[in-house]
Design a protein around this ligand. Structure first.
Ligand code: ARG
Length: 492
């Protein structure tokens, strides 16, 4: 059947170029199912408000439910239709006849329809992503629990800086992913609002009930102003932005996995399922999954920039440019659940080389800070003085009692050996484990602090998960209720 929308106002045969240029079909695959939900909710509301007769609603609901159960048929995606909304309405009119089919669009426009579909699909993706972040954080927490005492070098400027624990390093990422979680979660309070009933932008004169359709579709409320409801895509951009930040955290972790798995670092042995080999060099085991994950943040940033740039100069209210944003949105957000799960799998199965880590922990005079701290504590020196003394010894290239005392004399004019400094005291301070154990301030790397941190973060994690499940259950129950009602009216 021809596009139901085009038959009145316009004439002329459009070329295939024009048709496929205008059509949003490819991107609309992501919103075909949400569109059916929107159709069902709208139809139910029209029936309840006596805007369409019950029998008509029943006639229309049957094919809608069939499509919902069996999937939207291929012919609805034909590019002769401008979009999936036209494709589904045309198919419906073919099945139910124009008398019934022609009434589905009473009191609405594709403008509020598509805006509603976008929010439903986006919300679903965000739910999936949030679950994946919870899984990832749990993996990090479990691995951290195994290595609260594993000493490793910590880096600044990618130079050995001070010893820390592997658990501290892993919990740093868990905490960052926790922030990524809350940013995405918070976006739901703006995403999960219903534009439906805004129609083209000025709402409608029919006695529709926007609150009713919003409830049926699991929204928390309305996008009140109907002009903003069809014009705004900032919530889509917000999710793209939050996801870009999330993938940036993920990318940084992947960069470390790439570095850590190289032969001159050798801190980690990645499971082979996450690696590829070379077509020419038979010995190669390359961290390809980590590399592509590292690049994903870059691609996503591109989608975000495209989306925001498309909207930035648009006047109120709906403009067709908005259609061009959707491919960026779907390309951007639909792969992210998978990305997070890949990283989680890679960390769960990674073998950390704790011997190599402890071997490196004290290198590059990385315990020099602790030695300076010891001098401060034991001899009541200003920190800067101790810093200079130890710095002199580092320049000499060794931390012996001789170099250190020479340095003390040079910096302060007096000896420290005369005040009881011994090689034993120096060696003790230079032990990586000594400096780690003493760094027990809240949030620090000491095993004791880590154990407390794990308890605190576990609480945050379970609170986050509970909040997510509650939100998701509310939506699922609404959708289940909508389907129940749709079935009831279909059987009338
Ligand atoms: N396919 C369109 C989109 O994605 C649906 C809205 C069409 N509205 C219009 N006024 N042409 O934006």
């Amino acid at each position: 059947m021809k596009d139901v929308i085009r038959q009145g106002r316009l004439s002329g045969e459009r070329t295939q170029d024009i048709e496929s240029f205008l059509s949003s079909m490819e991107a609309d695959r992501f919103i075909a199912e949400p569109d059916l939900l929107v159709d069902m909710a709208h139809l139910l509301m029209l029936a309840r408000q006596n805007i369409v007769p019950q029998e008509i609603a029943s006639t229309l609901m049957k094919p809608l439910l069939t499509m919902f159960q069996e999937g939207v048929p291929d012919d609805a995606f034909d590019e002769q239709y401008e979009d999936i909304h036209a494709g589904i309405e045309s198919g419906l009119t073919r099945k139910a006849g124009p008398e019934a089919g022609g009434r589905l669009h009473i009191g609405r426009s594709r403008n509020d329809e598509v805006a509603t579909c976008i929010r439903i699909k986006t919300r679903n993706e965000v739910f999936e992503q949030l679950h994946a972040i919870i899984r990832l954080r749990r993996v990090l927490m479990n691995r951290a629990r195994e290595c609260t005492d594993t000493i490793m070098p910590g880096f600044t400027h990618l130079q050995h800086a001070q010893p820390t624990t592997l658990a501290h390093h892993l919990l740093a990422y868990e905490q960052a992913f926790g922030r990524d979680f809350s940013r995405l979660y918070d976006s739901l309070s703006r995403v999960n609002l219903s534009p439906l009933g805004a129609a083209a932008f000025a709402s409608t004169g029919y006695p529709i009930d926007r609150k009713m359709t919003a409830d049926m579709l699991g929204f928390d409320g309305l996008v009140l102003n109907t002009m903003d409801a069809v014009a705004g895509r900032d919530t889509a951009a917000e999710v793209l932005a939050a996801d870009t930040l999330l993938l940036t955290t993920l990318s940084r972790f992947c960069e470390e996995l790439v570095i850590w798995s190289s032969a001159f670092v050798k801190f980690v042995d990645l499971n082979e399922i996450y690696c590829s080999t070379s077509s020419i060099m038979p010995q190669k085991k390359n961290p390809d999954v980590a590399e592509i994950l590292r690049s994903r943040a870059g691609s996503l940033l591109g989608e975000f920039v495209s989306a925001i740039t498309i909207t930035k100069g648009l006047p109120m209210s709906y403009n067709r440019d908005l259609q061009d944003l959707n491919p960026h949105l779907w390309r951007g957000i639909t792969g992210i659940r998978r990305d997070i799960d890949l990283l989680a799998g890679m960390i769960r199965t990674a073998r950390f080389d704790t011997d190599r880590m402890s071997e490196e922990a004290g290198k590059g005079f990385s315990t020099a800070t602790e030695l300076a701290d010891q001098l401060v504590r034991q001899y009541d020196l200003p920190f800067r003085t101790a810093h200079h003394i130890v710095g002199h010894a580092v320049r000499e290239g060794e931390m012996t009692i001789r170099t250190l005392d020479d340095a003390a004399v040079e910096v302060t004019g007096s000896s420290l050996t005369s005040r009881g400094l011994t090689q034993k005291i120096i060696d003790k301070a230079l032990e990586p484990a000594t400096g780690v154990a003493i760094r027990s301030a809240v949030g620090g790397p000491a095993p004791a602090a880590i154990k407390d941190a794990i308890k605190m973060r576990e609480q945050v994690l379970s609170d986050d998960e509970a909040a997510l499940l509650q939100r998701e259950t509310t939506v699922e129950e609404s959708i289940a209720g909508l389907i129940r009602e749709a079935k009831r009216i279909a059987d009338l």
